[in-house]
Every structure is written in structure tokens, then in C-alpha cells.
Design a protein around this ligand. Sequence first.
Ligand code: GAR
Length: 183
Amino acid sequence: SVKVGILLSGRGSNMMALVEAAQDYHVALVASDKPDAAGIAWARERGLATFTQSPKGIPKADYEAAIDAALVEAGVEIIALAGYMRLLSDGFVARWAGRIINIHPSLLPKYKGLDTHARAIEAGDAVAGCSVHIVTEELDGGAVLGQAEVAILPGDTPDSLAARVLEAEHRLYPQILAEFVRR
Ligand code: GAR
């Protein structure tokens, strides 16, 4: 089956959903820019191969070369970003062109970037949601592969909305990744 590498920066709940649902693919590496990310600890406990590289104090090119080498070493064919909170360079994206996907907590093309839930509530939107898209050089700008909608309820805060959207993320991402590796 197709070897997937997952990049994360924190909690890793989307990574966990991808691991639990793995059938048409398998998770060959979980990598993080944050060595103490909760998601990395979980992946280690699971016996998954992990790699951490802090970008602190080294040129971005060296940081990305280290991650790239780890992905190649693990035989990774597709990269799934799962709460990876760092911009990949144009060079890295070009090297993996069409083979990196990301989950973003908004209905793209709305609310690229950060603070998506606060912005959706502020705008008075009735629905929020999440999108899985191809990663290109343009931030949150690549082709959308799938989306899930979630109602915004009266009294929602960014946190309460984020929690509801996150549940939708955990259903959407494994489904779209499975379709993507079969394509
Ligand atoms: C998720 O909501 C994901 O959509 C978002 O970060 C969270 C990570 O949670 N990603 C971005 O904002 C990307 N710019 P997780 O670590 O529990 O999967």
C-alpha cells in the first residue's frame, strides 16, 4: 500500500485519525518540527517511525533537507500535513509537487491562514467547515479535494466551533486521503 508521511506540530488528532483509518495506505513516518509535540509521543507509543527536527538555529534549507531525507529514507510517496504550522518553501513543495495534501479548518477559499473560526464567527457566517487540498506554493491555495460543512450555532466561540469542526476533520481527512492514494 501507499506509504504516507505525516507532518505535524502539536496535538496530532488528525494524524491519529489518519493512522486509525489506514487501509489503502500506511503511515511510514510521523515527523514534527516540535520534538515535544503530543502527536509525536502518541506515534512513538504506537510503534510508528517518527522523526523530529527543530528549525531553531539552522537555515530553513537545512531544516527542510533533514525532513526531506527522513521522508525519502522511509520510502514516503505522499505527504499529509496535519496541523503542521510552518510554511514549506517553494523548493520543497516543487520537489513533492502534487504529492502533498493538507487539512485546513475553513471552507476554502474562505479564510486562508490563521484564526479561521474567529473570522467565520465575526463575519456572521451560518456555516463553517474544513477542507482538504493539494499543497502548492500559494498558502492554502491548491485544488480542493474535499470539504465538510458544520453549522455555526448561536453563542459559538472560536473554541466551541473549532471543536465541532475538528470532529468533521477527523471524518473527512481519512476519507479524502484514501481516495487520493487510490486515484
Ligand atoms: C486542525 O484543526 C487543523 O485543521 C489545523 O490545526 C489543527 C491541528 O489539530 N491546521 C491548520 O490550521 C493549518 N494551517 P491536530 O494537531 O489535533 O490535528
